[in-house]
Design a protein around this ligand. Structure first.
Ligand code: SAJ
Length: 429
């Protein structure tokens, strides 16, 4: 088939490349000329090595090309961002993509919306765009097939994950399933559009609620003097319990965003979803409070070093990262901050070039992201550089025995506190 992929971001680009390698003739379209130029030069902007490799293969075969306009095709796949502004969905990119497709598409062609959207959007925006263009949406195959891959393993998950495909008319979802089968080994589950939209947002909301539960347990465990990590590990031995891990907050452009697509639909019946969001948004504040307990004697203007700027381990993506919020809050409290991340190159402010630079004269070191590289840190090489040897680990990732042996006072989020530190949670809380 001739396929036009709209939006060559972290989903659109690998999807276009996989379709091309799978035997289709694919044209990638993006609003951003830099994305197209990078693609044409064979050096795609996307970060993951697996993605770059498949894109290079697709380009070399000639089956993947780029275009600065939306061209007529047998199938169109929309992979544009759907962010929120003040917790409300911003669907302008979907609207623009749908309008561009509706202008050029011939009856019988297939339109697939992959972007995560509030339930009802495929009908409200995609079908409506055809009516606006004076065409009958019933003459087109319109489906929602949400992307479900995890950053860090995009190619593997694009291949192996099941797909949920919601069709507007009988047979449309099956038509899309045939297209995806060119590179997907997972199963295809066909349903209607709104169910597919709901499923995708429910998956991410489930994760947000589960993480909020873990975060709540971490704070409660500190108060009870037990270890939340051990508790969760033991509870998860139960065949029907699967609690996620506490942390300094929930980042990325999906999980902090998608629950709002549901709570916006009806604020009255989504109390649990909203509470989970509040709990997760509060976590950077909790980290600030713990920092202040440990550096309370330090003068304002003292430096806090932060390890990790990305939203999660071993990726370079810093969108909605809890570190952004922690950094803002610490600065509001009068601290200087220095952030080090071995993966991130794009951040809201300059990063330290090395861990040594970040910790120089710092009052405390806060680990926010469990990058593998951080496990190799030698605390003996840092202790003489810091003003005070304090390390706060929000991921229970560091070997605290090693850090204590190097003279560090340690705090681990959700862990039982060593008696000698004598910090009373209730008094500090
Ligand atoms: N996090 C925790 N504790 C955990 C797991 C995650 O605090 O136990 C935090 C992470 O540190 C990170 C955030 O949650 O800040 C989100 O990370 P994630 O790994 O849970 O998810 P994402 O955002 O990278 O990808 C999610 C995935 N959704 C689900 O697993 C249900 C992925 O499959 C989706 O395709 C993706 O969102 C998306 O694009 O919607």
């Amino acid at each position: 088939m001739k396929v036009c992929v709209l939006g060559l971001g972290y989903i659109g680009l690998p999807t276009a490349a996989m379709l091309a390698v799978g035997g289709h003739s694919v044209v990638g379209y993006d609003l951003d000329d830099r994305v197209l130029e990078a693609l044409d030069s064979g050096n795609p902007l996307a970060g993951e090595e697996g993605v770059r490799a498949v894109v290079r293969r697709a380009l070399a075969s000639g089956a993947l090309t780029s275009s600065s306009s939306v061209i007529a095709a047998d199938a169109y796949i929309i992979c544009v961002p759907t962010p929120t502004i003040d917790h409300r969905p911003d669907l302008r990119a979907v609207q623009e993509a749908a309008a561009a497709i509706a202008r050029v598409a011939e009856p019988g062609s297939l339109i697939v919306l992959e972007s995560t959207v509030p339930p009802g959007t495929t009908e409200r925006i995609i079908a409506a765009a055809f009516r606006t263009a004076g065409k009958d949406p019933g003459a087109f195959g319109i489906v929602h097939c949400p992307e479900r891959v995890i950053p860090g393993a995009i190619v593997e998950e694009l291949r192996g994950n099941d797909r949920v495909i919601g069709g507007r008319r009988p047979g449309d979802a099956e038509k899309a399933a045939a297209l995806y089968r060119s590179f997907v080994s997972g199963r295809m589950h066909c349903t209607d559009c709104t169910t597919a939209e709901f499923v995708k947002v429910v998956e991410n909301t489930y994760r947000d609620v589960n993480i909020a539960f873990a975060n709540e347990l971490a704070l409660l465990a500190e108060e009870l003097g037990v270890d939340a990590w051990e508790t969760i590990r033991l509870a998860n031995n139960h065949p029907r319990v699967d609690i996620l891990s506490p942390g300094p907050g929930v980042g990325g452009h999906c999980i902090p965003v998608d629950p709002h697509f549901l709570s916006n639909a009806n604020p009255f019946v989504t109390e649990l979803i909203q509470a989970a969001r509040r709990i997760n948004e509060r976590m950077p504040h909790v980290v600030v409070r713990r920092v202040m307990e440990h550096v309370s004697s330090a003068a304002p203007g003292s430096t806090i070093a932060i390890l990790g700027a990305s939203y999660k381990a071993d990726v370079d993506d810093a969108r909605e990262s809890p570190t952004i919020r922690l950094d803002e809050l610490l600065r509001e409290h009068g601290f200087n901050t220095r952030i080090y991340d071995p993966h991130v190159t794009k951040f809201v402010r300059p990063l330290a070039a090395s861990i040594e630079e970040a910790v120089e004269d710092a009052e405390a070191l806060v680990l926010m992201v469990a990058h593998q590289e951080f496990r190799e840190i030698n605390p003996h090489a840092l202790n003489h550089r810091m003003r005070r040897c304090v390390v706060l680990d929000t991921r229970a990732f560091l070997d605290v025995v090693k850090w204590r042996a190097a003279g560090f006072q340690t705090y681990v989020l959700g862990a039982r506190r060593p008696k000698e530190e004598g910090v009373a949670f209730a008094a500090a809380g």
